[in-house]
Design a protein around this ligand. Structure first.
Ligand code: ADP
Length: 584
């Protein structure tokens, strides 16, 4: 707006001054012409053909010109000899440089010469001094005409005033237009600036109003388009980021990334869990990580050369596999490392178990094999001749062969459970009848040890659905164990209980019991609390493992409670909902 006003002001001053100056010089020229014409007229009508003493009379008579003009006749000495202003002497004296110029024979003019008029008022004059020459060119008289400059001056002042008024109106107009202009031009620009600032501060939900179709309007539409595109792109990016975060968060593998300076950039929750970090340690660096988990430091040297490097390390009881993969920027410079952590505890446990299992099987087979081999050799070396001894040896060989056969039978059975190749022949079993039969079968073994084996049938019959042979195997195994691992005169009690979901068969003995440390392990394959005793009694150490598998295949379970030195209670849980109706 200020620029606008300044421009108008400059234009008005320049053009006003120019107009005024042009007008003034035109006015002066016009006045000069009038004065010269008047002077020529005086020269022709008054001076030529008249004597000096006639001048005044002639001047007064012949010339009745415009009143604003005065005509005077001066002699060559500059003395006034006739005048239209004063009819008789004393005539006014004109001390004008124009008169001096005219004396040398040239018409001269002067402007704004101040002098007093005949009534003594100071006035401004425009004057013309016109030399009257004779034939030879000698100046005889000077006609000095003059007119009051006030009129012209007044005209000029009036014009100047008009120009001033015009200038003020123009300025007002300019100010109004400037304001409107500023509103239409700078208003939208200010709005755009504000919008851009908001955009930079993250306020993406904004659309500016497009007020016109000019460049500003186009700029505003472009701005709106930019903002909407930006919003679209940002939401796309954040959606993508969320997706990645969700994936990273829900991965079971731990993911940790470090930048090229070794600073931690990201760790997902699985990573924190695997490393057993309570909360994220943002200051953890790559070397801290290597040091804290005692990871083979060779990995540091290999990174950058290899594509990825795998290292196994342990955190508490867990075994982790870490794979270190460097990542690169475009020109192939390393930007950082991504570490993927996998929990291989289970895998390692299985591996260890497999190794242990093989070692156990080999061990179990070696003992009877060695026995068989040594007795056979003894027989071959001549013992065969002594019939009694030979029969004793063969008996031992037979029982060892039996033991190996039992072992192989048990192993095969377990392997079938492992491979889910077990077919259950489900039938209705009346537990009272079934357990009474079990007692009858085992009574003889119990009695041999003077043990009391009892079963208390329930009042109402209890019916379960199960594979009779396999359940029989489980019950027999448990009852046999109770007899085996109880001293003479112990009592073994079998009873049935039930709860909401299960029928339970418990076998409670007053035997040697199982220590707290051993109790959770007795269902493991080949686990025996007292190896020598178990083996001496023909146990393979697989009985309870198989029993557990059988119970689980019936959707039931097998549990043990025991107090060392006091006795053990083994409980078989039969689900009331087995087999499910939809399965049956
Ligand atoms: P085994 O062939 O040795 O009997 P089992 O799998 O049947 O193998 O039992 C595993 C181990 O559990 C036995 O070696 C024994 O130490 C212990 N055990 C099982 N039942 C009893 C019990 N009633 N009292 C004490 N110990 C028992």
């Amino acid at each position: 707006m200020i620029m606008y006003l300044g421009l108008v002001l400059v234009v008005m001053i320049v053009s006003g001054t120019y107009i005024l100056l042009t007008l003034r010089s035109a006015e002066i020229n016009k006045s000069n012409q009038q004065l010269e014409l008047y002077a020529e007229k005086i020269s022709e009508q008054v001076v030529e053909g008249n004597t000096e003493d006639m001048f005044q009379e002639q001047l007064s008579n012949t010339l009745t010109s415009a009143e604003s003009m005065q005509g005077n006749i001066l002699d060559i000495y500059g003395r006034t000899i006739a005048s239209t202003a004063v009819r008789q002497a004393p005539y006014p004296v004109f001390s004008d440089s124009a008169v001096v110029t005219a004396m040398s024979g040239e018409t001269a003019y002067s402007f704004a010469k101040k002098s007093t008029d005949e009534s003594g008022l100071v006035r401004e004059w425009i004057s013309c001094a016109y030399p009257v020459k004779d034939i030879s060119g000698t100046v005889n008289y000077i006609v000095y005409t003059r007119m009051d400059a006030a009129d012209m001056q007044e005209n000029l002042v009036a014009t100047a005033r008009t120009i001033l008024v015009a200038a003020i109106i123009s300025l007002l107009l300019a100010a109004t237009m400037g304001y409107i202009f500023a509103q239409t031009l700078t208003g939208p620009i200010l709005a755009l600036t504000r919008g851009a600032k908001n955009l930079a501060e993250g306020e993406l939900n904004q659309s500016l109003k497009v007020r016109s179709s000019d460049e500003i309007g186009q700029l505003t539409s472009s701005f709106n388009y930019m903002a909407s595109e930006l919003k679209k792109n940002l939401s796309e990016i954040s959606r993508e980021k969320n997706r990645l975060e969700i994936i990273l968060h829900n991965m079971t593998d731990g993911v940790i990334s470090f930048d090229k300076n070794g600073n931690l950039m990201h760790i997902n929750s699985a990573g924190m869990e695997l490393l057993q970090m309570e909360k994220m340690d943002e200051n953890m660096t790559f070397s801290d990580f290597i040091r804290a988990y005692d990871i083979n430091s060779g990995v540091l040297l290999d990174i950058g050369r290899d594509h990825s490097k795998k290292v196994t390390f342990s955190v508490g009881k867990q075994f982790l596999n870490a794979s270190f993969s460097p990542y690169y920027n475009r020109p192939g410079k390393m930007e950082g490392v991504v570490v993927v952590l996998q929990d291989i505890t289970e895998q390692k446990k299985l591996d260890d178990m497999r190794k242990e299992f093989v070692a156990n099987v080999s061990h179990e087979l070696r003992t009877p094999l060695t026995t068989v081999k040594s007795y056979t050799e003894t027989l071959m070396e001549g013992a065969v001749e002594e019939k009694e001894l030979a029969m004793e040896f063969l008996g031992i060989i037979d029982s060892e062969a039996d033991r190996m056969a039992f072992l192989v039978r048990d192993l095969l059975q377990l392997s079938r459970f492992d491979n889910k190749q077990v077919y259950l022949d489900i039938t209705e079993i009346d537990l009272n009848e079934f357990l009474m039969q079990t007692v009858r079968q085992n009574k003889i073994h119990a009695e041999a040890k003077h043990q009391e084996l009892t079963f208390e049938p329930t009042e109402k019959p209890v019916i379960i659905y199960a594979d009779r042979d396999r359940v029989g195997q489980v019950v027999n195994n448990i009852v046999t164990n109770a007899i085996k691992y109880s001293l003479d005169r112990a009592s073994i009690r079998i009873f049935i209980t039930e709860d909401k979901d299960y029928y339970k068969i418990s076998v409670k003995d007053t035997g040697m019991g199982i220590s707290r440390e051993d109790l959770p392990r007795i269902f493991e394959r080949f686990y025996r609390v007292d190896k020598a005793r178990s083996r001496a009694m023909g146990g393979t150490g697989l009985g309870l493992a198989i029993a557990k598998e059988i119970m689980e295949s019936h959707e039931g379970k097998l549990t043990a409670e025991s107090e060392y030195g006091k006795g053990t209670t083994m409980t078989m849980w039969f689900s009331k909902h087995f087999p499910r109706i939809d399965e049956a």
